[in-house]
Design a protein around this ligand. Structure first.
Ligand code: F6R
Length: 607
């Protein structure tokens, strides 16, 4: 989603900002722009499409500057266009603003400013901000920003520069992520770490309400009450190599292949000699006994991981768990109270719907446990306890290694609770962990079979619709397979519980409709196979994902994908790998932008 980069210092800000924007491309965007101060004058340029278009639009080499802000826009208010792209500039062309988030009261503010004589060219909510600051300007940009943000409602991370005060860059963080980074020769602001890490690993994760007044060689941070405040400078362990493709054609395939290594690492940190080690994230026996309800909430792929977590807790702890997608969680009566445990799952730790669910849970006094990949993210900071996934940076929009590490983290959490609640024994924990330890090499085995997945992709790539089916835990894996395929192939793909098809959806099956059947759960296998017979009888081309000891389904599947055998509870970790590969190769064959699928954003920071 929208990305912000800004630099104020001794180096060439123009170059730093353009390169920084390129690093944010993975977040998803439709237009880009930059404003810089040169000889006391504000210069702004914006283009629709890729950053390459912006670079080619004018001669940046002659535009060295020490102070610049840039933006990648993912359209919310108004179509992708040059006018709607950021930065937005005040009518007097002195103040430029880049914004991530949504200004909820922009109509009201725009009407007030229009009455005062301001003109608005764009359809955006953002354009009110530079004009509001201009209206409040009295010779000091910080003072004008303070006055202006007091009238803004909604979520906003802002970068602001002013032609009248060319050595100042103001950054604001309010319910939208923004980091501040300290380099030897200057300062950066950015939506995330990927665009600053090649310059410095000294990062301040700004808090909600923070405003930073950045000069070329000094900075001052103010809190939500506009009082000066010190914030901790963290030295972040993240290498710029993490954000490169390292010889792979796409980040997606690189990240799929990283799973064996990443999973090995995650499993090894979550236990010592088969004794679970969740460090500070573990609940005590007393806390566990005090919980009266358990909820899991998340969005998209992270929600599917959450549903596997629900299954694991219900199986191991033997208590019911309510799983609800985060965008619904906030607006439903979930009956949360101060004895509830609410578990949030989020790769980025910045997803607006998940964050809103967190706030809702806290409002009711619940304990909040976050399972996230990004250290220092808003969700990690606001939750009571955090289990980190340690997947490393996930750049491709379609989530793969974050999913499998989320699932592993949830298994460990479920085992820890079950053990403390005396619902399983240490021997049972050891058996599950021993099976988990085999998973990385079992994934390696699946990854060796690339040609098979390319062939399947070729067979399904022209389909009008594709269905994924499964029962019980396999239905969750089917949902993840369908999401992965549709988001990067753009083929309509839906997941159904195998037994539900005959209640209506089987009407969609035509001669040759591909159906990918996930059939790993032994207790429901025969029933799944009967459902596949029903599909085959109606012309569906069934492709089954089965464990390699399973002989039954070979007769009724046109294609078989065999995965190594594991405990039923752990099959989501293996069955998802063919799904990821099928999605990758299908998208590739269709010529799509694999890492940056249309309309999507990596970090969804608006509700
Ligand atoms: C799909 C995908 C999304 C995310 C969802 C939540 O491949 O990546 O569905 O899972 O947007 O994002 P996070 O996990 O960052 O909260």
């Amino acid at each position: 989603m929208c990305g912000i980069v800004g630099y104020n210092g001794k180096k060439n800000a123009t170059e730093i900002v353009i390169n920084g924007l390129k690093k944010l491309e993975y977040r998803g965007y439709d237009s880009a722009g930059i404003s810089l101060v040169k000889d006391g004058k504000l210069i702004t340029n914006k283009e629709v499409g890729r950053i390459k278009n912006l670079e080619e639009s004018f001669d940046f080499s002659s535009l060295n500057s020490n102070n610049a802000i840039g933006h990648t826009r993912w359209a919310t208010h108004g179509v992708p266009s040059k006018i709607n792209a950021h930065p937005h500039v005040s009518n007097d062309e002195s103040i430029a603003v880049v914004h991530n988030g949504i200004i909820e009261n922009y109509v009201e503010l725009r009407d007030e400013l229009t009455e005062k004589g301001y003109n608005f060219k764009s359809q955006t909510d953002t354009e009110v901000i530079p004009n509001l600051i201009s209206e409040n300007y009295n010779g000091d940009i910080l003072d004008a920003v303070f006055k202006s943000i007091d009238s803004l409602k909604g979520a906003y991370a802002l970068g602001i520069i002013d032609g009248n005060e060319p050595d100042r860059l103001i950054a604001v963080r309010h319910s939208s992520p923004l980091i501040f980074a300290i380099d030897k020769d200057g300062y950066l602001i950015a939506s995330d770490i990927t665009s600053v890490i090649e310059h410095t690993n000294k990062i301040i994760y700004l808090e909600d309400g923070d405003v930073v007044d950045i000069r070329e060689d000094s900075y001052t941070i103010y809190d939500a009450n506009h009082n000066k405040i010190e914030r901790e400078i963290l030295e972040v362990d993240y290498s710029s190599q993490d954000a490169s493709k390292e010889g792979y054609d796409h980040f997606l395939i690189k990240e799929i292949h990283e799973q064996p290594k990443v999973l090995r690492d995650v499993i090894s940190v979550k236990h010592k000699d088969y004794k679970i080690n969740l460090e500070d994230a573990a609940f005590t026996k007393e806390e566990i006994e005090n919980f009266n309800k358990i909820f899991i909430t998340a969005c998209g792929t992270a929600f599917h991981a959450g549903e596997v977590g629900k299954f694991a807790i219900e199986k191991l702890v033997k208590v019911p768990v309510v799983a609800e997608i985060a965008s619904e969680f906030r607006y439903k009566n979930m009956f949360i109270d101060d004895k509830s445990l609410v578990i949030l799952v989020s790769q980025s730790g910045e997803t607006a719907d998940t964050l809103a669910a967190l706030k809702e849970a806290k409002k009711h006094g619940a304990k909040v446990l976050a399972i996230t990949n990004v250290v220092g993210s808003t969700i990690a900071r606001e939750a009571d306890k955090v289990i980190y996934c340690y997947a490393g940076p996930e750049i491709s929009v379609a989530s793969t290694k974050a999913y499998t590490t989320q699932v592993i983290s949830l298994y460990f959490m479920a085992m820890d609770i079950a053990l403390k609640a005396e619902k399983i024994s240490q021997d049972e924990v050891k058996e599950i962990i021993e099976n988990l330890e085999k998973i990385p090499s079992q994934i390696e085995e699946i990854l060796e079979d690339k040609e098979n997945f390319k062939e399947i992709a070729d067979e399904i790539k022209d389909a009008k619709s594709i269905f994924y089916t499964g029962r019980s835990l396999d239905y969750i894996t089917a949902k993840e397979g369908a999401l992965k395929l549709k988001e990067i192939s753009y083929i309509h793909t839906e997941a159904f519980p195998s037994g539900e098809l005959k209640h209506g959806s089987i009407a969609l099956i035509e001669e040759g409709t591909p159906v990918i059947s996930v059939a790993t759960q032994k207790d429901v296998l025969e029933k799944t196979l009967s459902n596949n017979q029903e599909l085959t009888a109606r012309g569906a081309k069934v492709i089954s994902i089965i464990e390699n000891n399973n002989v039954f389904s070979k007769d009724i599947s046109e294609d078989i994908i065999e995965i190594p055998e594991t405990m039923d509870l752990l099959t989501p970790l293996l069955a998802v790998i063919p799904e990821q590969l099928i999605a990758y190769y299908t998208s590739l064959l269709l010529g799509n932008d694999v890492d940056k699928p249309r309309n999507l954003a990596k970090s969804v920071t608006v509700e």
